[in-house]
Design a protein around this ligand. Structure first.
Ligand code: NOJ
Length: 571
C-alpha cells in the first residue's frame, strides 16, 4: 500500500460561513470572524476545512445559488479577506476546500440573464430551454427536488427552463462545450489562488435525459421533501428510496457524468500539492478506477438510519468497503448543513451525551477520512423554529404552504415544516454563554435565531477549560487518531460479527495494530476479543477515566457507552 496521502489521513471540518463567526457585528458570519477562529480550529486538531459557498449570491438557497463564481459575497468580506483566511489556515497547517456548484447558477448570474434575454442570445443554450407541452404546460412531469415542477415558464421568450432545485437555480446545460470551458476556468481561478480542492455540489444532477422521458413515481410531494429524515423504519426507508429514485430517475445519474469527473480530476491533478475532489454523491462509481475520478465520495448510506447500531454499522462497512475499487479511500460523516445534527438525529432522548461521544469515536476510528460538521464538537443540537417568518430555508416555507393548502392546522404545519427545515442545523455557532451565544455582539439580530441551549453549557467558552467537556473529548480523540498510524491509514477487520451491543474492529497498518471496541448499550459488558497470536492491549484512548494502562483482550470490560481503543502488543 502507498503511504497515505494528506487527504486520507486528515480530519476534515465543514464550515457553513454564514453561521460560524460574525466578525463585523451584522448578524452574519464572515471571513473576519473566521480568521479570528483559526486558532480554535488548529487547537481542535483538524487538518482540512470544507467551506460551504462563499460567493456572491441572492441567497435563495443560502449561497448555493451563485451569481459570481469569481468573487466573495460582500457580507462575508472581500477577495483580500479570503486570501488572508487561506494564508492563515495554511500557516497553521490547515488545508481549505471550497464548494463548487456545477449543476446550476443563480438566476441572477449574468450568464442566465443573457440566456433568458432572447432565443438568439449566444448564451441561450448554456441553460436547458424547452417549448411548452401542447397544452401550454411544462414540457414533462419532472419535479424539482425542492418542490413543485422542475420547469418554469419565462414569459419573455415563451419557453420553459429547467431547474432541479429552486426556480432561482436554473440548471446549466453541460452538453454545451462553452459551459464546461467557463466552469473549468472558475476551477482554475481558485486553484491558482491556492485552494486545496473542491467539495462538488449535487454531482449526480449535472446531466438530465435529453429525451425528457417522464417519471413514473407515486411519491407524494410532502414525503419527497423529507428526504433527509432519519426516523423512518428500515422498511419505510427502503420503500421511500425506491420511489425517490424512480422520481428522479431521468434527472440524475445520466451518461456523461463519469467522463466529466475524469476531466475535472485531470485538471486538478495538473496542480502541485494534491488538490482534492470530494463529491456530494454517494455512489461508489464516482471513485472511477480508484484514482481517476473523485478522491472521496461521502458514505451517506451510513447516515440513513434512525439508530446507529453495531449491526447497521457493520453491514454498512461490509457492503461499502467490499464495493470500493482498489486504491479508493472511504469518507465518513454523520452530519452536514442539509440534515439533522448528529446529536439530535442519533440520540435516544435519554443518553444523548453518551451517544454523542460514542458516535464521534465511531466516526473517528472507522477506516476513512472523517468529515465533521461545525458545532458537533460542542454538542450543538437541532433548533426548531416556531414562526414561519423566521424560516430561511425556502424548502421549509414551501412545505409549510403545501401543508396549509392540504388543510393541516397551522401549528402542526409549522412543526412539520420546522422539523424538515435545514435551518434546524444551521443556527449560529455557540462560542460563549453570552448574548447571541458570542456569535454576534449583543444587540445584533442574527440571520437565524440562536439555539438557547448555549446558556446550558453548549458553548466553546464553558467547555474550553473543562477537561470532561465534549469539546475536550473531541480534542483528545482527534489527537489520539492523528498519533496512530493504524487509525489514520490502517485496514479494517470487523470482530464480534453478531454482537448487538458491542461494535469491535481491528485497524492495522504496517507499523501498528489497534483494537476499537465501542459499547452501544447502557450496561457494562465484558467481551472476549480473541486475538491470534495472544496479545495484550495498551490503552490508547478511552471515553472513561478508570481504564488500566494495559488490558487483556480475552476479558475486555467496557463501561456503559464506553469507547475504547487499545494498541495490540505482543504478550
Ligand atoms: C446540495 C447542498 O448541500 C444543498 O445545501 C443545496 O441546497 C443543493 N445541493 C443545491 O445546490
Amino acid at each position: 500500500m502507498r503511504s497515505s496521502r494528506w487527504w486520507q489521513s486528515a480530519v476534515f471540518y465543514q464550515i457553513y460561513p454564514r453561521s460560524f463567526a460574525d466578525g463585523n457585528g451584522d448578524g452574519i458570519g464572515d471571513f473576519l470572524g473566521l480568521i479570528d477562529k483559526l486558532d480554535y480550529l488548529r487547537d481542535l486538531g483538524v487538518q482540512a476545512l470544507w467551506l460551504s459557498p462563499h460567493y456572491p449570491s441572492p441567497n435563495v438557497d443560502v449561497g448555493y445559488d451563485i451569481s459570481d463564481y469569481l468573487g466573495v459575497a460582500p457580507e462575508y468580506g472581500t477577495l483580500a479577506d479570503f486570501r488572508r483566511f487561506l494564508d492563515g489556515a495554511h500557516g497553521r497547517g490547515i488545508r481549505v476546500l471550497i464548494d463548487l456548484v456545477l449543476n446550476h447558477t443563480s438566476d441572477a448570474h449574468p450568464w442566465f440573464q443573457q440566456s433568458r434575454s432572447s432565443r438568439e442570445n449566444p448564451k441561450r443554450d448554456w441553460y436547458v430551454w424547452r417549448d411548452p407541452a401542447p397544452d401550454g404546460g411544462p414540457p414533462n412531469n419532472w419535479r424539482s427536488r425542492f418542490g413543485g415542477p422542475a420547469w418554469t415558464l419565462d414569459e419573455t421568450t415563451g419557453q420553459y427552463y429547467y431547474h432541479f432545485f429552486f426556480k432561482e437555480q436554473p440548471d446549466l446545460n453541460w452538453r454545451h462545450p462553452e459551459v464546461k470551458r467557463a466552469m473549468w476556468e472558475v476551477a482554475r481561478f481558485w486553484l491558482d489562488l491556492g485552494v486545496d480542492g473542491f467539495r462538488l455540489d449535487a454531482v449526480s444532477t449535472i446531466f438530465e435525459d435529453p429525451s425528457l422521458t417522464p417519471h413514473q413515481s407515486s411519491l407524494p410531494e410532502a414525503e419527497m421533501l423529507t428526504e433527509g429524515r432519519t426516523n423512518r423504519s428500515p422498511e419505510e426507508t427502503q420503500a421511500f428510496r425506491q420511489q425517490f429514485e424512480l422520481l428522479f430517475r431521468h434527472q440524475t445519474h445520466q451518461p456523461g457524468l463519469h467522463e466529466l469527473m475524469k476531466e475535472l480530476r485531470a485538471l486538478v491533478d495538473e496542480y502541485p500539492g494534491e488538490r482534492v475532489l470530494i463529491g456530494e454523491c454517494h455512489k461508489i462509481e464516482f471513485y472511477g478506477n480508484g484514482d481517476d475520478e473523485l478522491h472521496l465520495v461521502f458514505n451517506f448510506p451510513l447516515m440513513r438510519t434512525r439508530r446507529l447500531t453495531p449491526a447497521w454499522i457493520r453491514a454498512n462497512q461490509a457492503e461499502r468497503l467490499a464495493a470500493m475499487p482498489p486504491g479508493a479511500w472511504p469518507c465518513n460523516t454523520l452530519g452536514n448543513h442539509d440534515v439533522g445534527r448528529m446529536k439530535t438525529s442519533y440520540g435516544d432522548g435519554v443518553h444523548d451525551d453518551d451517544l454523542a461521544r460514542l458516535h464521534a469515536a465511531m466516526l473517528l476510528t472507522l477506516k476513512g477520512t472523517p468529515v465533521l460538521y461545525h458545532g458537533e464538537e460542542i454538542g450543538m443540537t437541532d433548533w426548531l423554529l416556531d414562526r414561519v417568518e423566521d424560516l430561511r430555508d425556502r424548502q421549509a416555507v414551501h412545505m409549510y404552504r403545501l401543508l396549509i393548502r392540504e388543510g393541516v392546522p397551522e401549528r402542526e404545519a409549522m412543526r412539520r415544516a420546522a422539523e424538515m427545515s435545514r435551518d434546524r442545523c444551521r443556527t449560529p455557532f455557540q462560542w460563549a454563554n453570552a448574548a447571541n451565544a458570542g456569535f454576534s455582539p449583543a444587540g445584533a439580530t442574527t440571520w437565524l435565531p440562536v439555539n438557547p441551549n448555549y446558556a446550558q453549557g453548549v458553548n466553546v467558552a464553558d467547555q474550553q477549560n473543562d477537561p470532561r467537556s465534549l469539546l475536550n473529548f473531541y480534542r483528545r480523540l482527534i489527537a489520539a487518531r492523528q498519533a496512530s498510524p493504524a487509525l489514520r491509514e490502517g485496514d479494517y477487520t470487523p470482530l464480534l460479527p453478531n454482537d448487538d451491543h458491542c461494535l469491535a474492529f481491528l485497524r492495522a497498518s504496517p507499523e501498528q495494530r489497534c483494537l476499537v471496541a465501542l459499547n452501544f448499550s447502557a450496561e457494562s459488558l465484558t467481551r472476549n476479543v480473541a486475538l491470534a497470536p495472544p496479545a495484550r492491549l495498551r490503552t490508547v484512548f478511552t471515553s472513561h477515566q478508570r481504564r488500566a494502562a494495559d488490558e487483556d483482550p480475552g476479558h475486555l470490560t467496557l463501561a456503559p457507552f464506553e469507547a475504547y481503543i487499545g494498541e495490540i502488543q505482543p504478550s
